[in-house]
Write a protein that binds this ligand. Structure first.
Ligand SMILES: *[C@@H]1O[C@H](CO)[C@@H](O)[C@H](O)[C@H]1NC(C)=O
Ligand SMILES: *[C@@H]1O[C@H](CO)[C@@H](O)[C@H](O)[C@H]1NC(C)=O
Length: 280
């Protein structure tokens, strides 16, 4: 591992100035989440440097946001992953409007926060979506207009049972996501999400995002690769090599059982001068 030399000077009580040098361990640029990234981007980091991770819009970060370069030359903790919204196969709602109309239930899943649906007025009216792939529902995010709201989020199980993921009653005073975490242990084998109005005003929803886990699922495999790093999600890890380097024939790890990656030898090979290449 490369070392950076830093020189510092400090004075002793006796008044004699001593100059000393310490070796500062370096960390390579870190692994990073698919559908996200990190900053600041540098060619190398030294012990004590801190980076932060982010996810693309509408994906959400699971895990630690910050990591620090430790004096072992490793980044502390795990690389976080970004969760993409789970897809709904069908959505509907109780409404008086025609489906093609402004009140189309699909407006809550069109990835446009500026377009909203509205149920009929009266408690008990609802919006619901059936998930394309059933799974463990861990979070429902709802984007609401600035109005008074009263609703409950429910998860629908394979057998038709419904369990609460919480509710919100009150005025929405800023445009932002409302988070509802679905409690264990009843959040497994969830097939859909239902959002039920609890008061007489129509329930308006601008965007509904469900985050589910389907198994198997894995976390950061902590593989160290010279001149390369991994791009991770919960199911796979792809090798990305630095400029001038080529990926080994095996270039991807798969999560084969929960918590278990298939181990393959991943490496980055320096690109050789190619005879007959058109490149200058
Ligand atoms: C919405 O779909 C579900 C499941 O297919 C169905 O049981 C329910 O009656 C539908 N609701 C409306 C308002 O169409
Ligand atoms: C989970 O389901 C069981 C069985 O229906 C129920 O008794 C229990 O209250 C539920 N737990 C939560 C947190 O909803």
């Amino acid at each position: 591992m490369a070392m950076l030399l830093l020189t510092s000077a400090f004075a002793c009580l006796s008044g004699i100035a001593v100059s000393s040098t310490i070796e500062l361990p370096e960390c390579e640029p870190p692994d990073f989440p698919q559908w996200g990234g990190y900053g600041p981007r540098q060619d190398f980091y030294v012990a004590g440097d801190v980076i932060h991770y982010y996810c693309d819009t509408d994906t959400y970060i699971g895990g630690n946001f910050y990591r620090r370069c430790e004096d072992t030359g490793d980044w502390i903790g795990d690389t976080p992953v970004c969760d993409q919204p789970s897809r709904f196969s069908v959505v509907n709602q109780t409404t008086t409007a025609d489906p093609d109309d402004e009140n189309d239930a699909n407006k809550a899943v069109d990835a446009l926060r500026g377009t909203c649906t509205s149920t009929q007025e009266g408690p008990g009216n609802y919006w619901m979506g059936i998930l394309e792939t059933p799974g463990l529902l861990f979070r429902v995010m709802i984007f609401l207009p600035k109005v008074n709201v009263a609703y409950e989020v429910r998860m629908i199980k394979q057998n038709g049972d419904e369990y609460s993921c919480g509710s919100k009653v009150g005025f929405v005073d800023h445009l932002n996501w409302e988070f509802h975490n679905c409690p264990e242990p009843n959040n497994t084998d969830v097939i859909g999400v239902k959002i039920i109005s609890l008061n007489s005003t129509p329930l308006q929803l601008c965007e509904v995002v469900a985050n589910t886990l389907t198994f198997p699922t894995c976390v950061d495999p902590h593989v160290r690769i010279e001149n390369g790093r991994l791009q991770l999600n919960r199911k796979s890890a792809s090798l990305v090599c630095d400029a001038g380097f080529t990926r080994s024939p095996a270039n991807r790890l798969e999560c084969i059982r929960t918590g278990v990656w298939n181990r393959k030898s991943l490496y980055c090979i320096e690109r050789q001068w190619e005879v007959g290449s058109n490149d200058p």
